[in-house]
Design a protein around this ligand. Structure first.
Ligand SMILES: CN(C)C(=N)NCCC[C@H](N)C(=O)O
Length: 252
């Protein structure tokens, strides 16, 4: 069960955030409203939500998931892989230190939390343009010291591992076709989400409920078909910056 979440409000400069999506400029005020709904949803699901102010100079700062990996015993931080985001990990450190001992991984090791999927005591660490092998090893070894297992995951063209793979409880993953047969994920039931609903591969499982981005009926129906409670949230403004549901919080 999660008891806490940390989020960060969108930046008024979010229009300068990194993106590969061709969906237009995010509307800051709509993003603030969507962010508020997101935080409220986490609170309704039982989490104590810390909402941080936006960080000047960091247009992508609301994607706070990328700044750290938090598990039961430790919070691990590294410089983010995206140069324009390096430094976001610094301001999150004192916040995380209230909850967990903090371990800082040093360059050349780099990782972003969006590349790290935790399922119980196992961590899947995607090797992406943001997370290098040195980062994966440093993070994996830190987690292993506390009894966890980790796997480095080769990836396709995707931004983050969790852009393509998310855990929705009961041993089930939503995956892109790329990960349909990945041997490291063999023990899971895998629901393949095709290109038409690719954005919905990133769902957020909180204490038995699956939060699903609004507008992806086939994925929603597949999750409902498993008997899971679901909540839909409008994520349109974050999607314009390649951000999904998991990206907006650190949960522990
Ligand atoms: C699982 N995902 C996708 C994340 N955790 N982070 C999204 C970061 C988006 C931001 N514009 C960037 O490119 O850094």
């Amino acid at each position: 069960m999660f008891t806490h979440a940390i989020t960060r409000r969108p930046s008024a400069e979010m229009a300068n955030g990194i993106t590969t999506a061709d969906l237009g400029t995010p509307d800051y005020h709509l993003a603030l409203a969507q962010h508020k709904a997101y935080c409220l949803t986490l609170a309704v699901l039982g989490l104590d939500v810390t909402v941080l102010d936006a960080e000047p100079g960091y247009p992508d700062c609301c994607f706070v998931e990328d700044t750290a990996v938090v598990c039961d015993h430790v919070a691990a931080l590294a410089p983010l892989g995206a140069p324009s985001r390096q430094g976001e990990e610094t301001s999150i450190e004192p916040v995380l230190a209230r909850f967990r001992p903090v371990v800082r991984v040093r360059p050349p090791a780099l990782f972003e939390g969006g590349d790290v999927l935790q399922v119980d005591d196992t961590f899947f660490i995607g090797l992406s343009e943001r997370t290098n092998m040195a980062g994966a090893k440093a993070l994996g070894n830190t987690l292993a010291r506390h009894g966890s297992t980790w796997h480095a995951m080769e990836m396709g063209e995707t931004l983050h591992f969790k852009t393509d793979v998310s855990f929705i409880g009961d041993n089930t993953l939503l995956v892109s076709p790329f990960f349909e047969t990945a041997p490291e994920l063999a023990r899971f039931r895998r629901i393949v989400v095709d290109e038409n609903e690719a954005y919905a591969r990133n769902c957020l499982f909180i204490n038995g409920t699956v939060i699903v981005p609004a507008g992806f009926p086939r994925t929603l129906a597949a999750i409902k078909g498993l008997g899971r409670p679901t909540i839909e949230l409008d994520m349109s403004e974050f999607r314009k910056l390649d951000g999904g549901l998991t990206c907006l919080s650190l949960r522990f």
